[in-house]
Design a binder for this molecule. Structure first.
Ligand SMILES: *Cc1c(COP(=O)(O)O)cnc(C)c1O
Length: 451
């Protein structure tokens, strides 16, 4: 070890020790489900002024963080946090996230981050093999599904423009369903392209015939977004049928598996994503169901050469960069980047792929068991059984206000985090399972409060 550098703003070694101790405790302790957001004014009153001409010192800033700021954040990894899509990072991944931060690697270019990028690519190669794509496929870790979808769709539009000799007179269009994640519509806005909605079947899936009709009517469609697990109900579009139609029309197929793409890890459930082998691009968020901490999205391209052309930044000050090298910066909308795939890589390397398969399967099985038990109660109605690990149900006879009041109270009490959503125009409750530590018995006990 080299001695601490005395020139970098003083010797803060005592504070560094304190921070590392906090990290050590946090990694091995369960999080507190009662922590919750507070208003800006409450936080301002409690924290006081933190940015001052002289500085408040590391010890005081850390006290404010541990006593006031951290408790005003939600425990994403609590086993009874079943709202939105929660998180369940392994201890190995969380601890290695701290290592990744300390290493402070510039992960944009191979020449600055080679060793770390090599490891990220090992994790991506595992996903590529699960997709059953050619080994020549490539990818990059970006901040989240939103950045991943936008980057993939930019590459898709670039490819269409090359292939079809520029922008069609009426502008480009993106085809997706109403149930596709909002980030795809947002990407369409950023790209300034129109959206065409493909009508879904009665179980909220995109199917081939409906897509064929849309592509026949709208030759300006440059890409189709299919969901491998929709966020609201976990519905998987019919990827086989969609891949057939995309091949027929020579249109880019992007599969949004931010949540459900993790199913690839399970040999038992992999066939649910059949057809994904023929996609042009794919995303999955390790921070959702692949047991990594925020923030991490794996973005993969079957043929990255077009993505490289679309994304590579060129300038005089980047002239020395070797653009023949596998540079992560060249595959998405970013330049500087942390090597955010490393915590996922470390956890995967530590635990092995079989452990990942079991962990994914356990969330699916817990969801199915809870669904069955909800169905057996006399006070709850199961509306959508889990296709993956998300289910929708109702409390018989309740109003919107009752749902909202219940959800708020159980969250504050740390009993369960379960928030109302809308399904077919009605207020319903939704549970999303990703955490292998979630037990069906505990969920059912928490749902007793709905009686
Ligand atoms: C969560 C989610 C996204 C957005 O991902 P972020 O990481 O939150 O940006 C996109 N698509 C689907 C299907 C998702 O579930």
């Amino acid at each position: 070890m080299t001695a601490p550098d005395p020139t970098i703003w003083g010797d803060e070694t005592p504070t560094v020790e304190q921070l590392l101790n906090w990290v050590r405790d946090r990694v091995v302790s369960p999080s507190d489900p009662k922590t919750t957001a507070r208003s800006v004014s409450e936080l301002r009153d409690a924290a006081g002024r933190t940015i001052t001409p002289e500085g408040i010192g590391g010890a005081e800033a850390m006290r404010i963080f541990t006593d006031i700021l951290a408790p005003a954040t939600r425990a994403q990894d609590d086993p009874l946090n079943l709202a939105y899509i929660p998180a369940a990072p392994t201890r190995a991944a969380v601890a290695f996230d701290a290592v990744t931060s300390a290493a402070n690697i510039f992960g944009g270019y191979w020449e600055t981050g080679a060793g770390a990028i090599f490891a990220e690519n090992e994790a991506l190669a595992w996903l590529i093999s699960l997709l059953q794509w050619p080994a020549s496929a490539e990818g990059v870790f970006v901040s989240g599904g939103t950045a991943g979808n936008l980057s993939a769709l930019h590459a898709a539009r670039f490819a269409a423009s090359e292939m079809r000799g520029g922008r069609p007179a009426g502008g480009w269009k993106l085809a997706l369903t109403q149930d596709a994640h909002a980030s795809n519509v947002s990407a369409a806005h950023v790209l300034d392209v129109d959206v065409v909605f493909v009508p879904e079947d009665e179980r909220s899936h995109m199917r081939g015939p409906a897509l064929r009709e849309v592509l026949t009517q709208h030759p300006e469609v440059f890409a189709v977004v299919a969901s491998a697990g929709s966020t609201n109900i976990g519905a998987i579009d019919n990827l086989d049928e969609i891949a057939d139609v995309c091949a027929e029309f020579d249109v880019w197929l992007h599969v949004d598996g931010a949540y459900g793409g993790a199913t690839l890890a399970s040999p038992k459930y992999r066939s649910l994503l059949s057809g994904v082998e023929r996609a042009n691009s794919f995303i999955v968020d390790p921070h959702k169901w692949l047991f990594a901490p925020y923030d991490s999205c794996a973005l993969l391209y079957r043929d990255a050469s077009v993505a490289r052309q679309a994304h590579s930044q060129r300038a005089a000050y980047l002239d020395l960069v070797d653009h023949e090298a596998p540079n992560p910066a060249d595959l998405a909308i970013h330049l500087s980047r942390r090597v955010r795939g490393l915590p996922f890589w470390f956890s995967l390397a530590t635990h092995g792929t079989q452990r990942y398969a079991r962990a994914v399967e356990s969330a699916i099985e817990t969801a199915k068991e809870v669904a069955q038990r909800i169905d057996q109660t006399d006070y709850l109605d199961l509306l959508v059984a889990p296709e993956l690990s998300i289910l929708i149900f109702q409390r018989k006879g309740w109003s919107d206000e009752q749902y909202h009041a219940w959800s708020k109270k159980t969250a504050v009490d740390g009993v369960i985090l379960c928030v109302p959503t809308k399904y077919r125009g009605e207020t319903v409750l939704r549970l999303a399972f990703v955490n292998p530590a979630t037990r069906a018995d505990d969920v059912m006990r928490a749902l007793e409060t709905l009686r």
